[in-house]
Write a protein that binds this ligand. Structure first.
Ligand SMILES: *[C@@H]1O[C@H](CO)[C@@H](O)[C@H](O)[C@H]1NC(C)=O
Ligand SMILES: *[C@@H]1O[C@H](CO)[C@@H](O)[C@H](O)[C@H]1NC(C)=O
Ligand SMILES: *[C@@H]1O[C@H](CO)[C@@H](O)[C@H](O)[C@H]1NC(C)=O
Length: 363
């Protein structure tokens, strides 16, 4: 099977965003919304800023300093307005406090507000990073706007809480098409729908049957399968190489992307992207804020840098995307200047500098 790993064209990623809606250049430059978020967000987006500056990329950042801690709706509005202007963003993660009352996660509100419905996580071994299993190369595509994240919860009588999971045919079709289009454009041959239709016969049944129908009717060249989420979790840790493209409702995607992230070496390594009809926001594939290592200068910025490479592809700057990804891979493979999470001793800044040096050397 032909598979492109790092090197994918813009067309292969800009699946959901219509061409007419791609960001416009002004004076040959793009303005991109930058939302560092909480935790290690500032440190790892700093790495990206340095690399882009050294490479003299035609990108101007519009930095939005909103933190999830304050949980301000105004903050989200500011970020949303910026995204609506610029159409493309790079984002860290906002902290969500489990005990926060009054509103839900800012991350969820943000994605819903912009209807960025498809979330993509690229789970692939990086040469030089030791893992239990090799040969993993799977793409996880997660519906991002409904399912268990509807935000519809209430206590109907004291001690009884109802939490509504919403699955619609429209959104199931939309995410299924995204997954098949992605598979088609990236020479992948199989899409597997993850569900729990044996228990949630109506909701997950609708998701499963929709994916299967769209596949059979509109993408006959792509093999379509389905798997129960429990089994998918077991298979993911025992034989992940069997998976090609997985398409999931919201919560199962959150869980499986974390399993996948652990398989290939942790949250510091896995890039991701979120696409809507009009907007694209690039952020690490597994959404960890990293409060425990915040401010220590030890975070691994790889996930953020590789996400920024996906952003460059989205803007049609494929050459720069390839160059930066290759430099990151080379520094990790050499193993001399890597961060603690993957067994090295380097700081975030030393690792970033090693990438900048590698870019200069290969120029
Ligand atoms: C956010 O912070 C950065 C650097 O700390 C600063 O350059 C930028 O102007 C700030 N943005 C806003 C909107 O205040
Ligand atoms: C997919 O395969 C075709 C034909 O082999 C090739 O021309 C194309 O570049 C490949 N696309 C990607 C994204 O790998
Ligand atoms: C679990 O998945 C494996 C491989 O994907 C499949 O062969 C097996 O039949 C599945 N088991 C159940 C109980 O669905």
């Amino acid at each position: 099977m032909l598979r492109s790993g790092l090197i994918q064209s813009r067309r292969s990623f800009a699946t959901a965003v219509q061409d007419s809606l791609l960001p416009k250049k002004y004076g040959g430059r793009y303005t991109v919304t930058l939302i560092p978020g909480d935790g290690i967000g500032k440190e790892i987006t700093d790495s990206v800023k340095q690399i882009f500056a050294k490479e003299r990329l035609p990108i101007d950042w519009e930095e939005i300093n909103v933190t999830g801690k304050e949980g301000s709706k105004e903050g989200v509005r500011e970020a949303v307005e910026s995204l609506k202007r610029n159409k493309v963003g790079l984002k860290g993660i906002w902290k969500t406090d489990a005990t926060q009352s009054g509103h839900g996660s800012l991350n969820v509100a943000f994605r819903k507000e912009l209807d960025i419905y498809a979330s993509l996580t690229l789970i692939k071994n990086i040469p030089g990073v030791k893992t239990r299993l090799d040969g993993i190369d799977l793409v996880l595509i997660r519906e991002n706007t409904e399912g268990e994240y509807s935000g519809l919860e209430h206590e109907s009588v004291p001690g009884v809480v109802e939490s509504l999971k919403i699955i619609t045919q429209f959104k199931s079709e939309r995410i299924a098409k995204f997954a098949f289009d992605f598979a088609k454009k990236n020479n992948r041959s199989e899409v597997t729908a993850v569900h729990k239709a044996n228990i949630m016969k109506l909701a997950d049944g609708l998701f499963r049957s929709t994916v299967k129908t769209i596949g059979a009717e509109q993408y006959p060249e792509i093999n379509v399968k389905d798997i129960i989420v429990d089994n998918a979790s077991m298979q993911a840790v025992s034989n992940p190489q069997q998976f090609d493209v997985l398409v999931t409702p919201n919560l199962y995607g959150a869980i499986l992307s974390n399993i996948g992230t652990a398989l290939v070496g942790g949250p510091g390594l896995v890039p991701g992207a979120n696409y809507g009809r009009e907007f694209a926001v690039f952020e690490p594939g597994s959404r960890h804020v990293g409060l425990d290592i915040q401010g220590k200068g030890v975070a691994n910025p790889t996930a953020m840098i590789l996400s920024s490479a996906l952003l460059l592809r989205h803007l049609g700057l494929d050459e720069s995307a390839d160059k930066i990804s290759k430099a990151v891979y080379k520094v990790i493979q050499e193993g001399k200047t890597t961060t603690q999470d993957i067994g090295g001793k380097a700081s975030t800044q030393e690792f970033t500098q090693a990438i900048i040096d590698e870019l200069a050397a290969s120029a």
